[in-house]
Unconditional design. Sequence first.
Length: 678
Amino acid sequence: MSSRALRRAQRELEEKQQLEQLAQEKAHDDADEVSEEDTPAPAATSKPKPSLFALLGNVEAEEEDEDVEEGEASDSAQKLKAEVAPAPKPSKKSKKKKKKGKAKAKPPEAEKTPSRARSGLDEIDQALLALNLTSNTRSGDGSESHTPAISNEMQQLYSALSVDTQHLHAANEMRKLFGRAAVQGGNDDEPAARQRRGQQAALAGAVAGRNAPGRNLASLGLRRNIFIQGKEEWPRATSGGLGMELVEKRSDGSVEYRFVHTTAYQSIQQQFDTCVAAMDPERMVQLLHFNPYHISTLLQVSEIAKQQRDNATSGELLERALFAFGRAVHSTFANNLSQGKARLDFRRPENREFWLAVSRYIATLGVRATWRTAFEWGKLLICLSPEDDPYCMRLIIDRLALRGREPQMLVDIVESDQLQRTWRVPPNLAYSVALAHGRLKHPEEARKALRLAIKEYPWIAARICKELEISPVPKSVWGKEPNGDHQELLCQLYVPHVKDLWNTTEATSLLVEVCYSIEELLGAGENPYWLADINELDLARHVILSDDRALLALIDPRVKAKYISTSDPLPPDDSIVSYSTTQGSRSTGTNHAQLLGELEELRLYFQNVNISQHMNMDDDPTEEQLLHALEQAGTSYQEFRRNTERVQQIRPRLHELGVEVVFQGGDRDMESDTESDG
């Protein structure tokens, strides 16, 4: 053993003896404190022994290696000293204060609020009170005190809708398809080309904003965005007050978020509404020049550029809007999105802007033929609200998956039990999943899926045969035509866009084979059950964003009459208004009579639920009791919470309109006292 190792071992031995002596003194002091306080002393923590593996190392090691080991040994000795160092003795006065503090904190009943008299409360007041009490069991960030048990069905849904944020960046797909050099040199001549467009010079200036040399965004911030990788030439500015907050962590494992606008952002929104009312594109461009990351302005100027056929500027403004959204997301949003658990409420106007930006961006990605990226964005929109799917992304997600070469992901989405129950498998998914099984080399599953699709939607198969010029047309689907505008709309939304996917030897052979194998007489084209449940607003929204005038003619005129704004196409009737501007609310205007009618509907809902029958309202209910009561009443916690939030929003708005709403507990009548003629 070298002399250096011997000296180190001797030094460690001396330090070990000192540490043992300190530990004994500490144990003696603790014993004295126990005798004074009459409480059992905690067991002394066993001190870790210094590592002797350094002595077993190579004797012929170099001198610099031994110096490193010597430093590590001294560091470990200092850590051991810190662990067993005796704590300062508290004075008797401080001990007495601690005892008094413990005595106060011991009985939880002392801090419990007294039971409230609930006999005179209306159903809505009881619901608000119950929700307020149970919300105390949730932490400030929306997390519950216990981890909810997730059913197998929801786990299947989360797995199918999980989003890989790496696939949200089109540059990654372009790099994979064409190489790094093609991506880096793709936009070299683009600024010069824009300058040559005389009519579009103002829009090119809007894209540049107030950016100047040396004032570009930090490269690290450009790369870290989960949605869009920023560009160095983009304006250097903040988001202007756009943010995101966590609303709640739901019992099914999903997490709801919402985008929020600060007071400063609301002021810019008011200026935007003024520009829209003036119908002056120049004012809109000027507003964007001074507020380069205001979402509504970016979306509106993007549409102006699109109308002027400046698709490059239009697409870049959409990317900038998504970049602004990416900078505003909550710290936990990306993780929950990757697990398929992130949710946004479409009824909030701030959230709807994100839907609109993503939907238009998907169309831009389709023009670039970056289908894998487009599929990931489409899956993201479905993930945010899979049950409602307000933009009907289920009508195009199949062709995005097939063109993006992700047949297995399409199969996972279609075979999700939750989505099958809520979506009822529309015709495009029923047919495309057969193509997906064929690409996965599952011929039996492909035949089975296609056979079911043809039996349910024979007019789709007939239209595909017609487009592919298959002759003769199989007898089972011959003469089958869409029955009504709905079926014709679904045909035109699907067949022209997937004709090339079916125009392969394998796909055509599969179609002909299955059609000839069906011997029974198929239906005459009646509306299937799926069409009875479709939301006309959702379908109309999808058609409007497809920008196909021929399809617009097939939409119900009453629904088309509600389309008055390109910045918020067809907002839902139950839109949640978080703030108002001078021109009116952020959603469709409603007068006090409509609000009173909605409030009465909510009161009837709570009267039917009547949670007081299902739980003891004399004591403060727990969350488990409320969930059990809602289950007995045939409703869900999410619906219960949405309705209570809506009540809280309606009452102040009626008060602003001069209408006071009073609920009487006896006869459950609702009276309104109008203070003004408004």
